[in-house]
Design a protein around this ligand. Structure first.
Ligand code: PMP
Length: 359
């Protein structure tokens, strides 16, 4: 039958809209600034004749550059076609075929559920606490009857980062079972990365992306850092899908991006400054939101529904994301854009709440 039995049971992830018309696009957490100028130089130097050959299946030159930046060895680095692919391989590598569930928060990156169903992995969703934080003690308590755990830190779409010691206690509770720390937004966090702890905990895999802090969402490149045994398991799965997940051009662009530390720091710090301005501006207009550790904020207005707000912004040419589930439907996930984008957004929201006599 078409589609086949597995596909009929799947509910795929829905990516944020990529509108064709000109908008202020604050819905998919892309970086508002271009990639490092070193990327443009590296691409200009790329010889199309090199396209004749398959790329290096392990992307060694890129892994070496990542290893140097992250303070690990190239053997501890795996690269893939976006961190979504890396996460997908990780689900297959560590949880595929297991009978016990993988544990994650009920409000988190919705792709985890999709990967679970794709690989037939049962999952257990642990509800966030009332203040929308991860219930780490409950997740840790589930360890004996689980095959592993995955979390995003900062979490999506809440923008909240947890304390390092709490996350490390979770990793310890899962000793002998894989724990995936998805740090897609980690470069914008006030908390340091968990990467240094991969040397101590052989069950901890940290996943990062070039899509957000390195402005390379279109290039599709993500990576994982962990003990060699975890990396080898990822490589086994990769070689069951596609020997060359990182194409030759992307490998060159990503290498140039990760080597330009000064540009990276400047870009991230600009976004963090704008995030503070956006947070203050939203609170002045009566919005409620946690302090964000990501390149987006997660904001609601106590007297307007999320749907109404999203529609009113869209009518003004501003696109934001909303997740239509019980605990998230009245909040907007708004990417931190440029300062100019932020001014337009705040002015528009001011008009919207004024029209409703809420200011
Ligand atoms: N993890 C989280 C929490 C995300 O929000 C995203 C972006 N949708 C990703 C991973 C994947 O990003 P990419 O595939 O572009 O690396």
């Amino acid at each position: 039958m078409i589609p086949g039995k597995l596909t009929r049971s799947l509910e795929p992830y829905t990516a944020g809209e990529q509108p064709k018309e000109k908008t202020i696009k604050l819905n998919t957490n892309e970086n508002p600034y271009p990639p490092s100028p070193a990327v443009a130089r590296a691409l200009a130097e790329f010889d199309p004749a090199a396209y004749r050959l398959y790329p290096d299946p392990t992307a060694l030159a890129l892994r070496e550059a990542i290893a140097e930046r992250e303070g690990v060895k190239p053997e501890n680095v795996f690269v893939g076609n976006g961190s979504d692919e890396v996460l997908s391989f990780a689900f297959a590598a560590f949880f595929g075929g297991e009978d016990l569930p993988v544990v994650f928060a009920d409000v988190t990156y919705s792709f985890y559920r999709v990967f679970g169903s794709l690989y037939g992995v049962p999952y257990r969703e642990v509800p966030l606490t009332a203040d929308m934080r991860m219930d780490i003690p409950a997740m840790a308590a589930a360890a004996p009857s689980a095959c592993g755990a995955v979390f995003a830190d900062p979490n999506a779409p809440t923008s909240i980062a947890e304390k390092r010691e709490d996350l490390l206690a979770l990793v310890e509770a899962y000793a002998g079972k894989a724990v995936i720390a998805d740090e897609a937004y980690g470069d914008f966090s006030r908390m340091p990365s968990l990467v240094p702890y991969t040397a101590k905990y052989d069950n901890l895999l940290v996943v990062k992306t070039f899509s957000k802090s390195r402005s390379l969402a279109g290039a599709r490149c993500g990576y994982a850092i962990g003990d060699e045994r975890l990396i080898n398991a990822l490589r086994t799965v990769k070689n069951c899908f596609n020997s060359y997940p990182v194409n030759a051009v992307t490998a060159v662009a990503a290498k140039a991006a990760i080597e330009d530390d000064a540009y990276f720091r400047e870009c991230v710090s600009r976004i963090i400054d704008t995030r503070a301005r956006l947070t203050d501006g939203l609170r002045e207009l009566g919005f409620v939101l946690p302090d964000s550790d990501a390149n987006f904020v997660f904001a609601s207005h106590p007297r307007m529904s999320g749907e109404e707000l999203q529609r009113a912004l869209r009518a003004r040419g501003i696109v934001v994301r909303r997740f239509d589930a019980p605990r998230t439907r009245d909040s907007l996930r708004v990417t931190v854009g440029t300062d100019a984008d932020t001014s337009v957004l705040l002015d528009s929201l001011k008009e919207i709440v004024k029209e409703k006599n809420l200011l």
